[in-house]
Design a binder for this molecule. Sequence first.
Ligand code: HSE
Length: 307
Amino acid sequence: MKNEIKIFSPATVANVACGFDVLGFCLDSIGDEMVIRKTDKKGIHITKIEGFDLPFEASLNVAGVSALAMYEAANPDCGFEIEIYKNIKPGSGIGSSAASAVGSVFGMNELLGKPYNKTELTQFAIKGEALASKCEHADNLAPAIFGGFTLVKSVSPLEVLEIPVPENLYATIIHPQIEIKTSESRAILPKEVPLQDAITQWSNFGSLIHSLHTSDYDLIQKSLHDVIVEPYRSKLIPHYREVKESALQNGALGAGISGSGPSIFTLSKGLENAKNVKEAMEKVYSKTGITFEMYLTKINTEGIKIL
Ligand code: HSE
C-alpha cells in the first residue's frame, strides 16, 4: 500500500440559485492540490501550506479538523502529514474551505485502503467546513467528493443524492478579488421567509432538479432564480446586477451568487454561449477597477481525484 498520495481537490459552486444549502456542482479547472503522507509519528501534522496564510495547527485548520475527525474514528496505528497547495482563495465563494476539508480525508482514506465510502468522507469533512462557516452544511463538500451535481437531502443523518449532469452544460464564474466570510454572509440572512417566497423557491428548485434529469435547458433557464437569499447577499457584491444582466443578455441560462459570494456563477448551454457570457461579464468588471479572476469550465463529473 502507498505511503504518500497527491490529490486534486476541486472548487465547487453551492446553492445554484434556488438550492440554498442543499445543491451544488463541481468545477473542472480550479482546485487545490494536497499531499498526504503516512508517518510513524502519530497524529495529524500540517507540514506545508503554500498559496495563502492559513494556520498550521491542525485543530485550527479546516483540513486539519476534518482529518482529526476521521483520525479519531479510524484510530490507525500511524499518523499523517498534510501539505496544502492552495489555489482557491479563502472567502471566494467557490468552496475554498470545502476543498481543504475533503482533501485531507480523501487522501487519508486512500492511504488506509479505503475503509470509508463517499458519504462517510463527506460526514468527516463537515466538521472542517463548520470551522469556517460556523454551521454544518455539505453543499460544497458533496460535489467535491461525488463530482457532478449533488443534492444534500439531509445533513443528519447525512444523505447525498447524485443528480445527472446535462452533457452540454458549462459554467462561467467571475471572482472579484474581495473576501466575503461565509459566517458573515450567513448572519445577514433572515430567519423566516414569507410563504409566497417559499412557494416560488421550491417550485424553482423542484423544476431545476427535473430539468437536470431531463437535460431540459429551457426549464433550467426558467428555474435558476433565487427570491430568498440573493436579495440580501447581492448587496455585498459590487456590480452584481450589471454582471448578471449582462450574462443573461448574452446567452446565459441563468446566473446567481456562487456559495456565499463574492463569486458569481452562470450556466450556459454549449461552449460558444459560455465564451460569450465570459466576455460579457469580463467587460462589465474591467470597467470597475476591481481586480477579478474568471473561470470557464465543464461540470466536473469525477470530483476529487488522485494526481
Ligand atoms: N450554502 C452555503 C452558504 C455555502 O451559502 O452559506 C457556503 O458555505
